[in-house]
Write a new protein. Structure first.
Length: 754
């Protein structure tokens, strides 16, 4: 008690000072601030009002031209130049033949190559295989000073539809007097970028029949996937627009790079351009909506339908074009429900493969397939190689070989903590296990290398962690597996010198289709132009979206269906997509709970969409004016503008608005071209891009929508107390107890003095 009375007041007073000093750090407000972290960057603040300008003149009649569909395709075999290194090397390439065509005369492959001058011509060669069948072998005979060409004629090979694999195998030696070093720098063969496949496609059939659909309208493997035009009524209805949108999504899905301009025309523009006489065509609309040309086609279809006692007004009918018997027309006609049903049939492989004859009456009875399962946020998701659409991947008969597969991250999800690859594989036991290697690379970044060990197991599993840094911003995981085989071969002595016989037959590895990729998906928190289709579509369906297009002529239609095709390429259902043309009603009230896409000029733009608080620009006549320091515009880019902008919707900050705006209807064509072009669309970034008069794209990095990283707290001396916090109530209790202790000590001292 004496000790307490002597020393406790000093230490208790010191404790009080420390607690009072620390209290602001552990107050509820401070704790909440620390937990909340940093959110999204603040929205841009308007700096000036856009001056009022003259309204652009009304759009003139669109001039349209359409060349006859091309049946010739010339495609590069490789993405740039390929250099093959080693004593026995292999490189694969693929080309596709559509279901409705076959190869005609003058179809060939040209391979341009050069190689090391030091190669021994008696033992070095290049072999070309098609679908693993050898077609040609040429000696690498020392004529390497100039470019060599090897032409392979494909016309007489009777190749069927689907993908075909072209394989180049190089066998290279520097000498036959010793065991070849496969890593010698002098062992190389360059296949030049100009190597091409020139394919001349001819129709596989002559009769008009739905059983050939999607031919001749859509042909995979051709230079242009869409080999027909879409024609819709001038005054298009919601049902006709939805059916055309479904078909546009289907066309984009069939294109290898998912980039294609949709050739859709209003009826009057198609007729004015004489397109039905020069092109295959698909006509989509309700019976009473058509003008003279559509009515003429409906009458011709009625004659075909009569032979099977069907009504062409409520059917899918295929027939010779009334304007050119050498071209094919397809009429999709019906009421709103029947058009939706027809769109489902024409975009579902399971259904359209059942089409037969020249007429399919509507309605048909069928059950729609279940929607794709959505990835749940913060729950581990696992997918196998087989579920991605791959079978076993094989590497064989090479000293160095590679294979790859691809996974596209769903549009509305992110992978922030990395992913886990469980690589199931097997390999030959007839290799040198101490020297044979396997390497996994993700988006060009090596993430794992191992030695192929000798094992009694038929299949082994390799756990590979894919770090976040290796996951590319383009939302695609390109996973490459490379194997380098070491094999001592068998040796024999000839003339007192050791000669090696390469034994590559035993070099093989198989990546199992049961390989899995797993990750914990998180919800996306940023919306940029490069993020499309997010936020307008998720992995399974369109989000509720309103397309505002007060003027919907051919140019607006082509841009609208181009955007819709890109956003919803993998989505069959467009029921969540609503078309608004009449702005006199209460459309804004309903659009408050929906994302919005606007297509048009400033003259047709709703006032709420022009120069709102979070917009980077405002439009006045033919000029686009900056509203923020993040966007600086010179007159050549500001005048006669064409721009894409993605921001929060001014109608509801929980939704988004995509503006596809141009000074004139003609400039809308530049936007359509940009989103359909692989190179230009690859430059979409941030929340605003603009095109100059030459169609060159300009982006503004400062408009990037990002989430700032939360501040990292500094560690304390004792890590056990790093996360220690004191609530307001606990602090008050401690303070009260300390005060009681101080007064008690003081009272004891006074009593002792007394």
């Amino acid at each position: 008690m004496r000790f307490f009375a002597r020393y406790s007041p000093k230490y208790i007073l010191l404790l009080l000072i420390v607690l009072i000093g620390l209290q602001p750090l552990y107050s509820p407000a401070a704790v909440r601030a620390e937990q909340s972290g940093a959110g999204q960057l603040p929205a841009p603040t308007p700096t000036a009002e856009a001056p009022a300008g003259d309204q652009p003149a009304a759009a003139s009649a669109v001039e349209v031209t359409q060349a006859s569909p091309s049946t010739k395709r010339s495609a590069e075999l490789f993405y740039g130049e390929v250099t093959l290194r080693g004593s026995l090397v292999q490189q694969d390439a693929y080309f596709e033949i559509g279901n409705g065509v076959k190869l005609g005369a003058d179809s060939y492959i040209d391979i341009y190559y050069t190689y090391s001058r030091l190669l021994l011509k008696e033992w070095s060669s290049l072999t070309v295989l098609l679908n693993d069948i050898p077609l040609e072998t040429v000696a690498l005979d020392g004529a390497a000073d100039s470019k060599q060409r090897l032409r392979i004629d494909l016309s007489k090979l009777a190749l069927g539809p689907g993908y075909h694999k072209l394989t180049l195998k190089g066998s290279m030696k520097l000498s036959n007097n010793y065991c070849e070093d496969p890593l010698n720098e002098a062992l190389w063969l360059r296949v030049l970028a100009e190597s091409t496949a020139s394919l001349n496609f001819v129709p596989r059939y002559a009769a008009y029949d739905l059983s050939h659909y999607p031919s001749p309208f859509i042909e995979r493997g051709l230079e242009t996937t869409m080999q027909a035009i879409l024609v819709v009524p001038d005054n298009i209805s919601q049902s006709s627009f939805s059916a055309a949108a479904s078909l546009a999504q289907f066309v984009v899905q069939q294109s290898p790079d998912s980039k294609v301009a949709i050739p859709v025309y209003t009826e009057s523009d198609a007729v004015a351009g004489k397109l039905p006489a020069s092109s295959h065509s698909i006509w989509i609309g309700e019976p009473g909506q058509w003008g003279s040309a559509g009515t003429e086609l409906l009458a011709a279809a009625a004659k075909v339908s009569a032979s099977v006692s069907a009504d062409a007004k409520h059917a899918i009918t295929i027939l010779a074009s009334p304007w050119n018997g050498g071209k094919t027309a397809m009429l999709v006609s019906g009421d709103a429900e029947q058009l939706a049903e027809a769109a489902t049939i024409l975009t579902s492989q399971q259904l359209y493969r059942q089409l037969r004859g020249r007429v399919l009456p509507l309605p048909q009875q069928f059950t729609l397939p279940a929607e794709a399962q959505e990835l749940t946020v913060d729950e581990r998701y696992t997918i196998t190689l087989q579920e991605m659409g791959y079978s076993d991947l094989k590497i064989e008969n090479a000293i160095e070989g590679a294979t790859q597969f691809q996974y596209i991250i769903p549009a509305d999800r992110d992978i922030t903590d990395g992913a886990q690859l469980q690589l199931a594989y097997s390999h030959s036991d007839a290799i040198d296990h101490n020297k044979s290697m396997l390497t996994v690379t993700v988006n060009g970044t090596p993430v794992k290398s191992i030695t192929l060990s000798e094992s009694a197991n038929a299949e082994e599993v390799l756990d590979v962690f894919i770090p976040p840094a290796a996951i590319d911003v383009n939302r695609t995981l390109n996973i490459d597996i490379k194997v380098q085989f070491a094999n001592d071969g068998s040796g024999e002595t000839v003339g007192g010198e050791l000669r090696c016989q390469d034994n590559n037959l035993g070099n093989w590895a198989v990546i199992s289709k049961h390989t899995t990729l797993s990750f914990i998906p998180t919800g996306r928190k940023t919306a940029n132009l490069q993020s499309l289709p997010y936020p307008f579509a998720n992995a399974a369906a369109w989000e509720p979206t309103t397309l505002v297009a007060p003027v919907l002529g051919t140019r607006e239609l082509q841009l609208a269906l181009g955007l819709i095709g890109q956003i919803g390429a993998s989505l069959p259902d467009v029921s969540a997509l609503q078309l608004v043309q009449d702005l006199s009603g209460e459309w804004q009230q309903e659009a408050k709970n929906r994302h919005v896409i606007f297509i048009g000029t400033q003259a047709s733009m709703p006032e709420a969409f022009n120069g709102y608080d979070t917009s980077y620009v405002a439009f006045a006549g033919d000029k686009m004016n900056s509203q923020t320091p993040e966007v600086q515009l010179l007159d050549p880019l500001a005048h006669n503008y064409a721009a894409l902008q993605l921001t929060r919707s001014p109608l509801n900050q929980e939704r988004y608005l995509l503006l596809a705006a141009a000074a004139t209807p003609e400039r809308l064509q530049d936007l359509r071209t940009a989103i359909a072009d692989g190179e230009q669309s690859g430059q979409l970034s941030g929340r605003l891009v603009a095109l100059d008069a030459e169609g060159e794209m300009f982006n503004f990095p400062e408009t990037e929508d990002v989430v700032a990283a939360s501040p990292i707290s500094q560690p304390t001396v004792n890590e056990r107390w790093q996360d220690f916090t004191i609530s307001g109530i606990a602090f008050a209790i401690i303070l009260l107890l300390a005060l009681i202790a101080v007064f008690a000590g003081y009272w004891l001292l006074r009593k002792r003095g007394d």
